[in-house]
Design a protein around this ligand. Sequence first.
Ligand SMILES: [Zn+2]
Length: 301
Amino acid sequence: MTKADLFRMLLVAADMPGLLFDHSEVSRWPTGALDDLLRSHLVRPAQTGLTAPCPHCDDGHVESVTVVAPSDDTEKPRYFISCPESLKVEVTEEMCRGWSVDLDGLAVTLASALAVSTPKPVVPGRFWRLGRMQLRDTTREVVFAARLADDDAEALMRHVSTGGRAVVFVPHRVPDPGRWPGRAPAVIAMHDVAAMADDNIVLDPEAVLEAIDIADRNAESRGEIPEEKLTAKRIERGVRKVIENMVSDDALVRAYVTHGSYRKAAGQREAVREEPPQERGRDRRGGQEHRGVRVPRPDRR
Ligand SMILES: [Zn+2]
């Protein structure tokens, strides 16, 4: 097993509740890997009661540990497990330790690979906000969540905005899109896009962009129009409605004189649209006639 394999295995483990690596497991990891992973905060000592694998049996059955306190200060405590073969087996203190994935550390690693802000835990151990990431000419809300395919995940999903524009990173398991309360956001498994190279975690930017694009396309094919296009449509509708209302009265003519275009006149009324300056210039130079109404040139003094 290489360290890259180990990292991928940690991502799988991160989405499994209560999974811990015991002494027998960790002893099969590449030399120095445990120390490296502890240093980079990708694993941490498990917060559970003491257990240890049996050193005598081939199946390495794991048992809870009985600690025998020392009789005086010069001695150390001793650790025992029960065994169906050997009945009572002494184990070392080292064998009793367990390790689990450090999800806070994983969130920090992801944030730094994405160059976004330090993770803010919203639901400890399950859900973190990572600020916004740059995506072409816009930005997207980014979150990290663990065990999002679990039965209780809806409570976590409610922390993601419902517009379908968020980018949700998970370690490995992607939840069913139908479980999201609003439009399903882009959900990206780190397992698919992240790799460990020379003790650094790197993301494949192409794979991240592709995952977001696929999610956007899927949302559109389900008839879910992305929020920014929806806003543009609403504005178009708003402008048209105002124009329709204005055509019936001479307010239109007055607005046209003031703003130099019907579109701008309507937009100004709604205060939703600002046309670039060259549009204004062209409109003023261009046709000043509409619907047979001769409109005087705007006063430029
Ligand atoms: Zn045994």
